[in-house]
Ligand binder design. Structure first.
Ligand code: BG6
Length: 486
């Protein structure tokens, strides 16, 4: 750190925490809710850790008052949550389910009564199952009018109460996990289909942003992207070039479209040469250019390190398996996906300077500053950190959870965010992942992120009691002092 003194956080900085509908709500068939692709996927044997599902999750649907009361006591300034599309429109495109809307209205009202700014994510991966079956989900352009109707419903219902909106959560993660690594629904391993679906989602994103600007002129909207800076393993120019390539494949491919309305030239050319580029019409180009996000949501967990492919073949099988099975942010092609143009261009490797979490995710607070700097400098949009946190096994001992390791992790990241602000990055807020313990998509209830412990595990829902962890009280202090102690 090269500053004598860091700038303070602005007065209205939004200290928040985040969640997603499928991971917390439960009540998966209540009050008219339709099924989502995750409801089906998690019920199929072998797809999730110990067969865990979101059927009950942490039962937030029935405990929303208690959960918001804990947020208020903590002093939270913002709460990011997602809406389950199939709760609001059970079949994805037909009649609106008023009971579903009423749940979110209740949540938003409770938040506002407690001066907590709601941050609403429109899509956090739980596509209505009916749309998957009818249109092949994001595989067909026919889904776009359904998404537009869903957005219109939410914009009309909540335009006066919700200022900050997120369109898609981590489009890079859910398209690659769903269409490439077959670890999320629709469980496909086809790179061409991944790029095709991704393009359709880009069109849906642009459509939503334009509609929003028409209907909610005083609000702000943007996508949340899972960003990780890419480092070269060494100063070998070949490794540096590998990092430039990886940055295009892992970051620019999405961010350039969101923020500049066009695909990066180099990568598009590679995909075209390999015959796996999406079909982009002239109308598509006009639409993508027309939609401008007001801010960019950044989810930061870690970056990635790459080297040139000296052997002209992917890294050893065991290492790849490890990466793709546990870490959606590392998009290292497997041997059986050798048709991907990435294979000769870069290989993901471990960074020798960084420690890892129990799940093998690198802990890299400096990378957070690098990320914020890179993205802000390139796109000049205000940034909103919509996720950042540590997944760990937490132990309840004598009714308490001493998660000092989480406090250390968060404190380091908040500090580097403060440094990035001092560097000149414009930031709206920071939502830690997650407010309470939640269902991890693929790691059940074992991998915990919350400030609030939820007394349940993979085998039993127990009593679902909420128990604030040590990190809860630490964050409470941090918010009270607006981060001045960091
Ligand atoms: C992000 C998602 O990718 O990472 C969250 O937006 C998710 O929904 C979080 O829970 C942590 O992932 P995991 O696999 O550790 O639960």
């Amino acid at each position: 750190m090269y500053y004598q003194k860091l700038d303070e956080f602005q007065k209205n900085f939004l200290w928040g925490a985040a969640s997603a509908a499928y991971q917390i709500e439960g009540a998966y068939q209540e009050d008219g809710k339709g099924l989502s692709i995750w409801d089906e996927y998690a019920h199929q044997p072998g797809n999730t850790f110990k067969g865990t599902t979101g059927d009950v999750a942490i039962d937030h649907y029935h405990r929303v008052e208690e959960d918001v009361a804990l947020m208020a006591k903590m002093g939270l300034k913002a709460y990011r949550f997602s809406v389950a599309w199939s709760r609001v429109i059970p079949d994805g495109e037909g009649d609106v389910n008023e009971a579903g809307l009423a749940f979110y209205r209740k949540l938003i009202t409770l938040l506002k009564q407690n001066q907590i700014e709601p941050v609403l994510t429109i899509y956090h991966w739980d596509l209505p199952l009916a749309l998957q079956k009818k249109y092949n989900g994001w595989g067909s352009r026919e889904i776009i009018p359904a998404f537009e109707k869903y957005c219109r419903t939410l914009f009309s219902a909540f335009k006066d109460d919700v200022k900050y909106w997120v369109t898609f959560n981590e489009q890079n993660v859910f398209t690659s996990m769903g269409y490439r690594w077959a670890q999320h629904p629709p469980k496909v391993t086809d790179i061409k289909r991944m790029y095709a679906a991704n393009h359709i989602i880009n069109l849906a994103n642009a459509t939503a942003i334009n509609l929003f600007h028409e209907l909610v002129p005083n609000g702000q909207i943007g996508p949340s992207f899972g960003y990780g800076p890419v480092y070269p393993l060494t100063g070998d120019p070949n490794d540096v070039l590998a990092a430039v390539n990886a940055n295009d494949f892992n970051n620019n491919w999405w961010l350039d479209v969101y923020c500049r309305g066009e695909y990066p030239y180099f990568m598009l050319k590679q995909l075209q040469k390999a015959g796996i580029a999406p079909e982009i019409t002239a109308d598509d180009q006009v639409l993508l250019k027309s939609a401008k996000p007001d801010f960019l949501g950044i989810n930061y967990y870690h970056g990635g390190t790459v080297q040139t492919n000296r052997l002209q073949k992917p890294v050893k099988e065991a290492e790849q398996k490890d990466f793709s099975a546990t870490d959606p942010y590392l998009m290292q092609p497997k041997a059986d996906q050798a048709q991907s143009p990435e294979v000769p261009m870069f290989n993901s490797v471990s960074n020798p300077y960084l420690d890892k979490t129990a799940w093998g995710w690198e802990i890299d607070p400096v990378g957070f500053r690098v990320a914020l700097r890179q993205v802000y400098e390139k796109y000049r949009l205000p940034l909103f950190v919509t996720e950042n946190g540590l997944g760990a096994v937490d132990e309840l001992v004598d009714g308490k959870v001493d998660d000092q390791y989480r406090i250390d992790y968060l404190a380091q990241h908040v500090k580097t965010m403060k440094e990035a602000i001092t560097d000149g990055v414009e930031m709206i807020g920071y939502c830690a992942w997650s407010f309470s313990d939640i269902l991890s998509w693929l790691n059940g209830y074992k991998k915990r992120y919350g400030f609030v412990y939820v007394n349940r595990d993979d085998d039993s829902q127990k009593d679902l009691k909420r128990i604030p962890k040590a990190s809860y009280y630490w964050y409470q202090q941090l918010i009270a002092q607006n981060g001045a102690q960091i």
